[in-house]
Structure formats: C-alpha cells, structure tokens
Write a protein that binds this ligand. Sequence first.
Ligand SMILES: Nc1ncnc2c1ncn2[C@@H]1O[C@H](COP(=O)(O)OP(=O)(O)O)[C@@H](O)[C@H]1O
Ligand SMILES: [Mg+2]
Length: 224
Amino acid sequence: MGARPDPRALVTARVDRELLALLVHEVRSSVAALSAIAEAVSSGGIDDAALRRLVALSVSACRGIERVVEDTAPGSVRLEEVDVGRVALDAAAAASLGGARVRANVESELPLIRVDPVRLRQALDNLIANAVLHSSSRDEIVVAAHASGKELLLSVRDAGEGIPREQQARIFKPGIRLERDRPGSGLGLAVARAVAEAHGGRITVESTLGRGATFTIALPLPQS
Ligand SMILES: Nc1ncnc2c1ncn2[C@@H]1O[C@H](COP(=O)(O)OP(=O)(O)O)[C@@H](O)[C@H]1O
Ligand SMILES: [Mg+2]
C-alpha cells in the first residue's frame, strides 16, 4: 500500500505554484529591463549623466531579481535560537531610517525561540511596507512583540485606511491587491503567511475600515 499524501503538504504545494507563477513574471520584467539597458549602452553615444541613470536602473532591476529569489521559498526555514524582540527592533529601526514614523514596543526578557531570523525579518518588513503604503506619513506605525499564553505575538499596527471586512481573508492569497493604482505585486502578505506557517504559526488581521489595520504573526512558544 502506498503512503497517503499529507493533505497539508498538498495545500503548501498549490500555494507555492501560484507564488512561483507570479515570481517568474517578476523576474521576466526585471530581466527585460536589464537587456534593454544593455542594448542602449552597447549602441553607444550615451553621455555620462545618461549612463549614470542607466546604471541606477540596472541596480534596481538586480535588486528586484534578488528580492524575487528570496521570495521563492518563504516556506523553507533555517531554525536557530533567536531573540525575536531584537528582530522586531531591527525591523522598526530600518523602517525609521527609511523615513517612516515607526515605534517599537517590545516586551523585555522575551524567551529565545527557534525561528529563521531572516525569514521572520522578511515577513515583518513586508507588513511594515504595507503599513507605510496604506497610512498617512503623519501617523505612527507600531511594531510590537510580546508573549501571550502559549504564543509569541509579533504585530504591525497602522492607523491608515483599513481593509473592508469581506476582503480580509483574500488578501493573504498570492497576487491579490485591492487597489491597482499603487505599486506592489500582491505577494507581500502571501510571503508573510508562508513564513508564519513554516514556523508552525499563523498570521491574522484585525481592521476596521478607515481606522487602520493590525497584522499579527503568532509563533508557538516552546512548552516546558
Ligand atoms: N496595512 C494595510 N492597510 C490597508 N490595506 C492593506 C494593508 N496591508 C495590505 N493591504 C491590502 O492587501 C493587499 C495585499 O497586500 P500584499 O500582499 O502586501 O501585496 P501588495 O502590497 O504588493 O499589494 C494590498 O494590495 C492592500 O490592498
Ligand atoms: Mg505589500
């Protein structure tokens, strides 16, 4: 008798295929930009200022490809003992350096837990980027980390436009974006969800339209 497939593994595989199709699309557009730049440069007759602009464009196309490569396997994790509060503080500090009004609210003496710090940071960065994009630059974004019962909760709260209740479940699917007039690939929340689930955790959203949104990643705490 053959082994029965694990139904959870099938779900993961399906989500990954959807993600992959989008990621391939993203890589294609960056590669197309790079080859157009290379053609422009090789045809000659470009002054220094134009050349500098093209170099800047190719750097950002390469960054785009790097990001996509990072996103291809959000469900694969390398676990180590991590101070998750430190990851939250670092993500908040990086966003502040980028010009956002971000405050960190991290409980002291959180237990160390086994997570992938790079993936977790990637998930938090995606949530913070969304909070910045969907709220006013005057409003504060709060990145919090605290323990609650059997879970360690990492959250990103904004006071922005919020998300209609009927859309709240769909936004975690790859490629779903509610407004077409904003930049984005619709992958940020799908990646954040894959990261949370790869750690045996989950991601949830609480939001009232017009009153902001709070995204929370709940990670299981080791039980003694
Ligand atoms: N903090 C937020 N406030 C309001 N809407 C949000 C927020 N975060 C995500 N969304 C909605 O969820 C959609 C999916 O988000 P995401 O997966 O990160 O894709 P992207 O940011 O590329 O559009 C966004 O297009 C937006 O409509
Ligand atoms: Mg996003």
